[in-house]
Design a protein around this ligand. Structure first.
Ligand code: GLU
Length: 309
């Protein structure tokens, strides 16, 4: 029976599923299933140059091989542009967004450093200077603060105006920003609980601010540690993180459970690590019954075990 909990995993199809993305998939899946919830998959293919052909199929095949099945249709952000336009339109009517003509260079020359790079100095808030062309739409963050209680990382508070600055929602080359799309889609899919990597912890106040302006409910959040390699880099295509093998996903699954503070008992892992079948339901039964978000390490990053990075 559905408890009303609805979680999601939202991979970007930039390559096959590696250990780092498996962590977010497993954590979101277990949190949903341990609470009698639904688990949805959303493919975040907003930015065409970053999308790799075949990556979505690879990711879906690997999730399936791991024994994680999506409850309902898989959504692709590339089919949701009307919904993003409608949200932009509502924000425009509220008078909180404005066109901006500044180049990256101009911004970095005049901005103070914030949590995630330069804080936009507000040059175009009063209008784009004559003769210049808008490159983006930004949201006014003056006076905006947002705080939340993260189930893993604890209390987070930001002053959006000084920590982040007016951020971009749309680029005039027709790319919607992740911050806008994720908020529209989480609300559209009725997501109640977001479990994802801690690299997005500092994006959450921006998302809560947008939810408030658009009249959406704010979900609960849990940001699990990001898997890094021995050099401290987040696992990614650029760091050549190996793909999880859909033909033998168990070693990666067991390592993911350990990484998340949930080491399965020996009898569930010994023989099965060499098996070439999908994860035995007994491993998931154990993991779902034993999942406690409090056991996830309260860290922004943890080094991935050897062989998985
Ligand atoms: N698409 C993002 C990623 O792959 C995740 C976004 C989210 O979970 O909000 O890192």
């Amino acid at each position: 029976m559905n408890s009303g909990y609805r979680g999601r995993f939202a991979p970007s199809p930039t390559g096959p599923l590696h250990f780092g993305s498996l962590i977010a998939a497993v954590a979101s899946y277990l949190d949903a299933k341990s609470r009698g919830g639904e688990w949805l998959v959303r493919i975040e293919d907003l930015d065409p140059p970053r999308v790799v052909a075949g990556a979505t199929d690879d990711i879906m095949r690997t999730l399936e091989a791991c024994g994680m099945r999506c409850d309902g249709a898989v959504i692709h952000q590339s089919t949701r542009f009307d919904a993003y336009h409608a949200a932009l339109h509502r924000l425009r009517r509220r008078g909180v967004i404005y066109p901006c003509a500044c180049s990256r260079r101009e911004i970095s020359d005049s901005a103070l450093a914030g949590i995630e790079g330069p804080v936009y100095p507000g040059t175009c808030r009063g209008g784009v200077a004559a003769g210049r062309t808008a490159r983006a739409l930004r949201i006014d963050t003056r006076g905006a603060g947002a705080g939340f209680e993260d189930a893993v990382q604890g209390r987070v508070r930001q002053n959006l105006e000084t920590d982040i600055g007016d951020f971009v929602l749309y680029r005039t080359d027709h790319v919607f920003a992740y911050q806008l799309a994720v908020v529209v889609d989480d609300a559209g899919q009725g997501i109640t609980d977001i479990v994802r990597g801690a690299d997005l912890l500092h994006s959450t106040p921006r998302q809560i601010y947008l939810q408030q302006l658009l009249g959406y409910a704010t979900p609960r959040y849990a940001h699990v540690p990001v898997a890094v390699n021995a050099a401290g880099e987040k696992l990614s295509k650029q760091t050549h993180a190996p793909a999880v093998d859909p033909g033998a996903p168990l070693p990666a699954l067991i390592a993911a459970l350990r990484f998340l503070g949930h080491a399965p008992p020996r009898e569930l892992t010994c023989r099965s690590t060499t098996s070439r079948i999908a994860a035995p339901s007994s491993l998931w039964d154990w993991a779902i019954a034993n999942w406690r978000i409090e056991r996830v390490p309260r860290a922004a990053a943890v080094v991935a075990p050897l062989g998985h990075s």
